[in-house]
Design a protein around this ligand. Structure first.
Ligand SMILES: [Zn+2]
Length: 270
């Protein structure tokens, strides 16, 4: 039975993922997200319903438009798969709460799935345009601030006023990055990254937040070095590599496995 439910949650995630793709491509283009049919970006043909099935349509059409045979961006199935996966991971993490209250479970899962969906849009947009849109990051900050008041520690849902350390976790975590942005005049770090970290600090709390930031630098370094080795001519020390995707991967890992700075210290003290 649980495997059936998780299959359903995965499929739901891929559907939301295909909506996120629309948001990513239409954001700041003047096109609304809800109106207007989906079209082939090359021949402008309206897509039929069976061409819009997440992941499946891409595979069956071998990644090509059915009329003009132009290549469909790999971003479509990748974002759909990642969103599906995140939906499953988040709903799995909160599973113990399901046995306490169905509504608490639904509420918590929706809240964090929403936050991660925003993070997906932000990071893919950052990959395309090397910028984090204010509207998206502000929405992320507001919702993660709201998540501070949701207490999940007792495996049930209660609302409470968080302690001071939770309030300051966001600003404290963002401060070094905002300073880095200020003193390097935006060369070392974008202000968007600082804003993103403010939200991540509130979403994860101080100790998990510190862990996520450290890990994001490690992931960032490893991937940058790999890119420099693979694409020697295109990528070098001066290439601007967006930081948001690394931050978001580390936030996901930290959140799902409940890791914090103490688990990192433990790892090194064995
Ligand atoms: Zn086409």
């Amino acid at each position: 039975m649980p495997s059936l439910i998780f299959t359903f949650i995965f499929l739901l995630g891929t559907i939301i993922g295909s909506f996120l793709n629309v948001v990513i491509f239409r954001f700041n283009t003047g096109r609304t997200v809800t109106k207007g049919r989906s079209i082939c970006m090359n021949c402008n043909r309206n897509l039929r319903w069976y061409e819009l099935i997440p992941v499946f349509s891409f595979l069956i059409q071998s990644g090509k438009c059915r009329r003009c045979a132009s290549k469909i961006s790999h971003q479509y199935p990748i974002v759909e798969l990642i969103t599906g996966l995140i939906f499953v991971l988040v709903s799995f993490k909160f599973l113990p709460i399901l046995y306490v209250s169905y509504w608490s479970y639904l509420f918590l899962t929706s809240l964090f799935v929403f936050l991660f969906s925003l993070l997906i849009v932000i990071s893919v947009y950052d990959l395309h345009h090397k910028i984090i849109p204010n509207k998206l990051v502000y929405l992320f900050i507001i919702v993660s601030f709201f998540s501070l008041f949701v207490n999940t520690s007792f495996f049930s849902l209660t609302f409470n006023v968080p302690t001071l350390i939770y309030f300051i976790s966001g600003p404290l975590l963002a401060l070094p990055f905002v300073s880095l942005w200020y003193f390097s005049k935006g060369r070392l770090m974008g202000l968007g990254d600082g804003k993103l970290i403010l939200g991540i600090g509130w979403m994860l709390g101080l100790f998990q937040g510190i862990f996520a930031v450290i890990i994001s630098f490690w992931i960032g370094t490893v991937i940058s070095v790999l890119l420099m080795v693979i694409y020697r001519k295109k990528v070098n020390m001066k290439t601007e590599i967006p930081f948001a995707p690394f931050l978001i991967i580390s936030t996901l890992v930290t959140f799902i496995f409940s890791l914090d700075i103490f688990s990192l210290i433990k790892l090194f003290s064995i």
